[in-house]
Design a protein around this ligand. Structure first.
Ligand SMILES: C[S@@+](CC[C@H](N)C(=O)[O-])C[C@H]1O[C@@H](n2cnc3c(N)ncnc32)[C@H](O)[C@@H]1O
Length: 279
């Protein structure tokens, strides 16, 4: 496949298109048409509408879990959302931190940052900020965040290991993260793996669950807890865009390999091992 920079450019381009598209048009042109990357999300996204702070303008249906549900956000906390999109989880987090906290969304797609800023302005929030940057190298100083959240983003990032080291760096000692993401428990057919649409739709670049959890451990996190795990069943009308009938049969005869997970972990309160890279 492409090199890491090419992958990132492709992801940026896809999310730029999604950000610039009208939400209604986005849904009607993508659902079932099999030509747009949002096709996969419609299977994965959880219902946000009941959550305090929910803003329909920020919900582009791009998540694959509810990371804030397990993020233990308190009033006054500094929360960082990785790959914040139009701000969906940032505004939920803002409802929990209140006026005294701060929420920082990071995203590398300029059109998403713009959309999120417009949403924040409409809501009149002066403590929700959006920064353009790559989460492999976050535009943040060290030891500033109480909580890091992220929803369906790390699967798109070529260097996941770097992201977990960055999370360790920006969290305060004793801080924690709650991340919803897509992982695999086996291998995907090569055609799905290499399909660009599937890639930008979170599936093709997802890695094995044990490798994913291994990166978290390696970065020095403690109390790593799998809060939620949900199998993702890809419907036939999507599979048929990538696989022949025979291949679909074979694919479906194996156990589900695509999962949405929400994982929680803590940065140690005394974090001074040079190995963990956090002091
Ligand atoms: C699937 S969308 C999720 C958006 C948002 N979290 C939500 O649930 O609505 C992925 C987002 O991550 C961003 N993204 C992907 N890779 C990134 C990276 N390396 N650094 C920063 N943002 C990234 C994309 O621009 C896109 O907005």
């Amino acid at each position: 496949m492409e090199n890491e920079e090419q992958i990132k450019e492709m992801v940026k381009q896809k999310y730029s298109e999604i950000a610039l598209q009208d939400k209604e048009l986005n849904q009607s042109s993508c659902c079932g048409s099999g030509t747009c990357s949002t096709e996969v999300y419609n299977i994965m996204s959880d219902d946000y509408t009941h959550l305090e702070g929910y803003d329909p303008n920020a919900d582009l249906g791009l998540g694959c879990g509810l990371p804030t549900q397990f993020a233990k956000i308190k009033k006054g906390d500094v929360v960082v959302d990785l790959g914040s999109g139009a701000g969906n989880d940032c505004f939920i987090a803002r409802a929990e931190t209140g006026d005294t906290g701060k929420v920082i969304g990071i995203d590398f797609t300029p059109a998403m940052i713009e959309k999120a800023r417009v949403n924040a302005e409409k809501l009149g929030f002066n403590n929700v900020e959006f920064r353009q940057g790559d989460i492999e190298k976050m535009p943040m100083t060290a030891n500033v965040a109480d909580v890091v959240v992220s929803n369906c983003v790390l699967n798109l990032v070529p260097n996941k290991k770097a992201v977990f080291h960055e999370i360790m760096r920006v969290l305060k000692n004793g801080g924690h993260f709650s991340i919803s993401d897509i992982v695999l428990t086996g291998s995907l057919p090569e055609k799905i793996q290499s399909a660009a649409e599937m890639y930008a739709g979170c599936v093709a670049s997802a890695i094995d669950k044990s490798e994913y959890l291994g990166y978290i451990k390696e970065a020095g996190f403690k109390n790593i807890t799998l809060q939620k795990e949900k199998p993702i069943i890809v419907p036939d009308d999507i599979l048929k865009d990538y696989l022949s009938e025979e291949e679909i049969k074979i694919y479906k005869s194996h156990p589900t390999v695509i999962f949405s997970i929400t994982v929680y972990a803590e940065k140690p309160a005394e974090c001074c091992s040079p190995k963990s890279g956090c002091c």
